[in-house]
Design a protein around this ligand. Structure first.
Ligand code: NAP
Ligand code: MG
Length: 495
């Protein structure tokens, strides 16, 4: 796989990779207080891409002070909603102008195919920033008809304050855009900590943030490790709100850390999403859809359709169809033009996913496709379709976060609804059927933040996204996200 032809690196990417990777604090690129750095790797070959400054508690402290100053006394505090909207729009334009470069960086650091980053990660990020730019001027309070005579009352939506944002490695740029867009539209200031595996696109975005003209301290970006920088941010008494996307286990740690000053918390966590296929659905569309549902982004999606329930009558045909597609997926480095699936993000993830496969096989599961890691260089895992599973198996219950689907037959619609909802998670679900009535009934009873009908992984900046149960707290995107980034103040005036 390592000899495959690669897309030539843009000169801007080469320049960025060679330059220093510092942290953005108070409008300037600075080294960490400790002077430490850490390496970020190319998961296609395990080679170091760049050394990045390692922020820890001291740097988080500085960043929080800068964010507070910007919120209360800096130029940011004087900007109108229209000014903030224009800055976000400008950032979206700059990102779009550099789309090629960001897609390459994302592919190098995360492993995903360049072609995918180019048509998904980057344009979705641009679109999200544009959508949020429009909201800056539309965050309104209301007048409230209270029943106290001689008084007038109204509400104001104010920025929640200094926001800490901790993001994962699966969609590094898009997660940064999801987090920054609404916070800045609402007038908050931010300290962002990217994932240790994929800090590069957030740092390059920081350069565009300065170029767009955001005032010093509005956005601070501190790369570093979760246990140090992330933990310091989550526990910081000067942070008013923490927004986190990542694993459910770390989500629980964030909640505990946030308890000190009872900062507001929003969480976007794991999933084990059911993808339910009825026999009346179009077979070709379903096979395509179920394949995409699990293998998009190598299964490293919180919404991955990792439990594929198929009505018994068509089980063999659908599952064999998905397995056939899985066998044909071309694995390779993200920057090879032929690649359809890249490596997993890290050796740790490769080991973790293979551990799940071992556990599945030990408990009696069988692989119709894949089932092992691939090659000696890079962190590749074969697209895998497991059958002969039982509900109590780890591969059916736990989030694998890799290219592994468990296919499960069903006969009774009531029974499949119970199985689908039998999970600690509730992020997404999908139903494939031509029966409109059945689709509505299931959509209403599935305990998930998003239900797709005859489609999968359709996202839009206008559509709220988040989890039921242990998949999270709060909704990002759409108008609902402003519940996370504003405080409502009620004002009451005696006439
Ligand atoms: P993770 O540990 O939850 O990491 C997510 C973010 O939280 C990263 O920025 C991480 O920093 C930070 N973090 C880690 N420990 C922290 C702590 N004690 N306090 C504050 N922040 C902390 O996820 P992961 O290790 O990268 O992946 C493990 C599993 O998480 C995956 O296999 C998957 O199941 C799940 N996951 C879910 C999503 C999602 O979108 N729902 C995304 C990614 C992963 P570091 O990068 O420095 O550790
Ligand atoms: Mg990397």
């Amino acid at each position: 796989m390592s000899t495959i032809q690669q897309i030539p690196l843009a000169s801007s990417v080469e320049r960025f990779l060679k330059g220093p990777k510092r942290m953005l604090v108070d409008g300037a690129w600075t080294d960490s207080a400790s002077g430490k750095t850490f390496a970020t790797y190319n998961p296609a070959n395990g080679v170091v891409l760049a050394d990045v400054v390692e922020g820890d508690q001291a740097d988080i402290n500085r960043a929080v002070v800068a964010a507070r100053k910007a919120l209360t006394a800096g130029r940011w505090a004087t900007l109108t909603p229209s000014d903030r909207g224009r800055l976000l729009w400008r950032l979206a334009e700059l990102l779009e102008e550099h789309a090629e470069e960001f897609a390459q960086l994302e592919s190098l650091d995360n492993g995903k195919p360049f072609s995918v980053a180019r048509v998904a990660d980057v344009p979705l990020s641009v679109d999200h920033l544009r959508y949020m730019a429009g909201w800056a001027t539309k965050i309104e309070g209301s007048t409230i008809p209270i029943s106290v005579p001689g008084h007038l009352a109204w509400t104001v939506r104010e920025p929640v304050g200094v926001v800490g944002q901790i993001i994962p490695w699966n969609f590094p740029l898009l997660m940064a855009a999801w987090k920054l867009g609404p916070a800045l539209a609402a007038g908050c200031t931010v300290v962002l900590k990217p994932a240790e595996q994929t800090p590069l696109s957030a740092l390059r975005l920081g350069e565009l943030i300065l170029e767009a003209g955001f005032p010093a301290g509005a956005v601070n970006i501190v790369p570093g490790f979760g246990e140090t920088a992330g933990a310091a941010l989550a526990a910081h008494p000067g942070v008013d709100k923490i927004a986190f996307t990542g694993s459910t286990d770390v989500g629980r740690i964030i909640v505990r850390s946030a308890a000190g000053n009872l900062k507001k918390v929003s969480l976007e966590l794991g999933g084990k999403s059911p993808n339910i296929v009825f026999a009346d659905s179009d077979l070709t569309t379903v096979v395509e859809g179920a394949t995409h549902a699990i293998f998009f982004n190598h299964g490293q999606c919180c919404t991955a359709g990792s439990r594929l329930f198929v009505e018994k009558k068509i089980f063999d045909r659908v599952v064999e169809g998905v397995a056939e597609k899985a066998r044909r997926i071309r694995l390779g480095p993200g920057l090879s033009p032929d690649t359809e699936m890249g490596p997993l993000v890290s050796e740790e993830q490769q080991t973790r996913v293979c551990g799940y496969l071992d556990s599945g096989f030990a408990e009696g599961a069988r692989a119709l496709a894949g089932g092992a890691k691939r090659g000696d260089a890079g962190y590749f895992v074969e697209p895998t379709v497991l059958v002969d599973t039982r509900p109590e198996m780890k591969v059916v219950r736990e989030e694998i976060f890799g290219p592994v689907v468990t296919a499960i037959p069903f006969t009774d619609p009531e029974e499949v609804l119970l199985s689908a909802n039998e999970s600690i998670y509730g992020l997404a679900a999908a139903v494939w059927t031509r029966d409109v009535s059945r689709a509505h009934k299931l959509a209403a009873r599935l305990r998930a933040g998003t239900v797709w009908v005859n489609c999968y992984n359709v996202f839009d900046a206008a559509l709220p996204f988040g989890g039921y149960k242990q998949s999270g707290w709060g909704r990002e995107m759409g108008r609902e996200v402003f519940n996370l980034y504003t405080e409502t103040k009620a004002v009451c005036l005696a006439l």
